[in-house]
Design a protein around this ligand. Structure first.
Ligand code: F6R
Length: 362
């Protein structure tokens, strides 16, 4: 049942190319260079929007932070991201011109459901982005968009994060098109990168053994810090969440520029830093932040694409050119890193202590 893998988590990490193919299947019209989503929300409604509010928890919240940047860069619409548990409609919103998008793998997370119900009571339209057909999120929202990742059993979300981001990317193209804002060259580039993504993810997966060696070398760290910029910031946060969940090591993710505003005080030669230097993430600037931690003796594991490769790093993994989707490939290295650190410590990877796959209490 685990397909020859020791844990569901590792199986699901390796299922990402397939999951990502399924996420876009039948949704990209390559000839017309358009996205076709099966939605009931009208094009006129999407065109009239003042604001899109994304709500979610945990890993799905990180997918929303990525989705916000995709939506704002393509569709010329204001996007806010809220934790399900913190959501309030906010003042000054016109319910007729606001859309709330609830993102939930399980479709059963109580905090996210609470947010969606709060929005609904105010008369705001709701869209659920979920992996689970027939889930409460899918049933209660005005419209549902499925990420089509297949079942995820490991408590730590892996393949569904990538599929959520890809689904939000498709939504971004659709919303941009509906608003007459889609720049043809930008749309074409993103759609072609979406189709190249599964192959690029496979190249990262093929380096699993090397990631394991790096994980073994750094597993004794006192704490782990993950840094990125812009599109890579959500992936830095996600890399840290994955590691802390399954290895029980202290890990934190930051926007790279924030390091010097406080967290730098924690950096020593015993705190490995995992840095994402990819396109769409101003790698030149992150490179300077990497130098700051290196000068404090911290070992750096760098995940770089062509644009970020000018630095001098002890350990590096590369990502093919894929524009704003590059951090999604970087994330695969971080998932494997977390997995191997935890596995080396013999943690119960598929069922970490104190956590549940679906959190149905507030
Ligand atoms: C982390 C993880 C959790 C979930 C969160 C939301 O690996 O799995 O942080 O992402 O509980 O769950 P869903 O997406 O089902 O609403």
């Amino acid at each position: 049942e685990k397909g020859g893998y020791d844990h569901y988590m590792l199986k699901e990490i390796h299922e990402q190319p397939q999951a990502l193919r399924q996420a876009v299947a039948g949704r990209i019209d390559a000839v017309e260079e358009r996205v076709e989503l099966d939605r009931s929300l009208s094009t006129a409604f999407l065109d009239s929007l003042d604001e899109i509010q994304l709500v979610a928890c945990g890993t799905s919240y990180h997918a929303c932070l990525y989705g916000k940047q995709l939506l704002e860069s393509l569709a010329d619409v204001r996007v806010t991201v809220e934790f399900g548990s913190e959501y309030a409609v906010g003042s000054g919103r016109d319910p007729e011109r606001t859309l709330v998008v609830g993102v939930s793998q399980s479709g059963e997370t109580a905090d996210t459901l609470r947010a969606l119900r709060t929005a609904k009571r105010t008369g705001i339209r709701t869209l659920g982005v979920t992996n689970t057909v027939g889930s409460t999120v899918a049933r209660e929202c005005d419209d549902a968009l499925y990420i089509q990742a297949g079942p995820e059993i490991g408590v730590a979300a892996t393949k569904t994060f990538a599929s959520q981001v890809v689904t939000l990317a498709l939504l971004a193209v659709d919303v941009a098109d509906s608003r007459g804002e889609l720049d043809p060259a930008d749309g074409r580039e993103l759609l072609s990168n979406l189709q190249a993504l599964p192959g690029a993810v496979q190249t990262a997966l093929d380096r699993d053994r090397e990631v394991r060696e790096v994980a073994d070398a750094y597993a004794g760290g006192e704490a782990f810090f993950f840094i990125g910029r812009q599109f890579a910031t959500p992936v830095a946060l996600e890399g840290a969440l994955k590691l802390k969940e399954i290895s029980y090591d202290h890990a934190e993710g930051f926007p790279a520029g924030e390091l010097k505003h406080g967290p730098l005080a924690l950096i020593t030669e015993r705190t490995p830093v995992l840095a994402i230097l990819t396109d769409g993430a101003r790698p030149e600037e992150t490179h300077n932040n990497v130098k700051e931690v290196q000068s404090r003796g911290a070992p750096v594991v760098a995940v770089t694409s062509e644009t970020g490769r000018e630095g001098d790093y002890e350990v590096g993994f590369d990502v093919p050119d894929l524009g704003v989707l590059e951090p999604l490939v970087a994330n695969v290295y971080l998932q494997l890193f977390a997995y191997h650190v935890a596995d080396g410590k013999a943690r119960p990877i598929d069922r970490p202590r104190n956590l549940a796959k679906s959190v149905t209490v507030e």
